[in-house]
Design a protein around this ligand. Structure first.
Ligand code: AFP
Length: 364
């Protein structure tokens, strides 16, 4: 009897490293530490209430609020600890930043410091935990500025403010019916499924590609009254279906777990929008640039899709703050480019369509 040959994440990384004969192996070792943290989170999530870690409250029944002003679930806090504890020891990191930590995390002075920065959202979609819907972790790896590497000094916010084009790797883990890790090291996108018997991520999706066209979109329609004109136009046209400008019917999805939506789009195409809106002028968008939009943007673009603010390519945005929020549109290339075109010509569209405000399903 023959078994079907499957490669582990470790083997995949060794294979990738062969492209860089002088590489030290630090980068791969760091990715394996991140994978270990994700396996630990997958186990905690999978046990649900049985883990003794119900999602809603902290140990003493109290709740906390993170730097975003959002309520932290107990698993948010625990996932953050898994990430920091399982990656700080290896000597590969100069520092870390997380959705759950106000300030950059310093590698303890008693440990070796390295040349990479790890930025992560340890548990995206955590408001879905209590209802047993897919959640995930998102991460991005940057190179630390040279003076940080040379001096081994503490990291500061400015060290992390690098555009998405500078990412060395990006990935997410998905804690759903199966646990998966999806990764890019700048050479396409590969997906791994966690084999619970072996405790190993096995390569199951070697070359993930986002279809260029789609008839599926995802947006939180309850925000429609706050959308800008180009987004209203796009969604109106999708809703009009066969009878409208697009001449085809569309389907809508909303999981409220961006990492799960990104995965669906990687597998069968689609477009995701959490655009800039007018809901709260202090927040230009809902999602975070450094640990949500940029890593997902890199993955989607490495898979042939596109990620954008609507106005410019996501990966070229120069960050200005660690926890900066931004409008995000990503997915099937032709749809994202269409949305970008609408942003480039909103005034013209309104002129050509004087009934826009009155006739729109999502009118002003
Ligand atoms: P949580 O991690 O707080 O659940 O937020 C999830 C998220 O950042 C992203 O994964 C979703 O797409 C988005 O928020 C959902 O936002 P709505 O609450 O507006 O649906």
């Amino acid at each position: 009897m023959t078994t079907r040959r499957r490669y582990t994440l470790t083997q995949y990384l060794i294979e990738q490293r062969r492209r860089f004969p002088s590489a030290s192996g630090d980068f791969n070792a760091l990715l394996l530490d991140v994978a270990l943290a994700c396996k630990a989170i997958a186990r905690s999530v999978a046990f649900g209430e049985l883990s003794g870690m119900p999602g809603s409250d902290l140990v003493d029944g109290s709740t906390t609020v993170n730097v975003q002003g959002e309520e932290q679930k107990r698993l948010d806090v625990i996932s953050n600890i898994y990430f920091t504890e399982m990656t700080e020891w290896g000597g590969h990191l100069a520092g870390m930043a997380s959705e759950e930590m106000d300030e950059p995390y310093q590698i303890p002075k008693t440990m070796q410091r390295g040349k990479y920065l790890l930025v992560f959202d340890p548990l995206d979609g955590s408001s879905n935990i209590d209802v047993n819907v897919t959640v995930g972790s998102i991460f991005s790896i940057l190179r630390a500025p040279q003076d940080v590497i040379d001096s081994g000094r503490d990291v500061v916010e400015a060290d992390f403010l690098q555009p998405g084009t500078q990412q060395m790797a990006a990935g997410y883990a998905l804690y759903g019916p199966t646990a998966m890790m999806v990764l890019t090291v700048g050479n396409g996108v590969a997906g791994f499924t966690l084999d619970p018997n072996l405790g190993q991520f096995m390569l199951t999706h070697p070359s993930m590609k986002v279809p260029e066209d789609t008839h599926e979109f995802a947006i939180n329609a309850s925000n429609s009254r706050f959308w800008e004109a180009p987004v209203k136009r796009y969604v109106d046209e999708c809703l009009a279906g066969k009878t409208g400008a697009r001449g085809k019917d569309f389907n809508m999805r909303w999981i409220a777990s961006m990492v799960a939506e990104a995965h669906r789009i990687l597998l069968r195409g689609g477009v995701f929008m959490y655009p800039r809106d007018t809901k709260d002028p202090s927040k230009p968008g809902r999602l975070r640039l450094l640990y949500e939009a940029n890593p997902v943007g890199m993955i989607i673009e490495q898979a042939g899709g596109r990620a954008s603010t609507g106005r410019e390519p996501m990966l070229t945005v120069q960050p200005t703050a660690l926890h900066q929020r931004i409008g995000l549109v990503f997915g099937s290339k032709n749809e994202v480019e269409r949305i970008e075109r609408y942003h480039a010509e909103p005034a013209e569209y309104k002129e050509r369509n004087p009934l826009f405000a009155e006739r729109s399903l999502f009118r002003d």
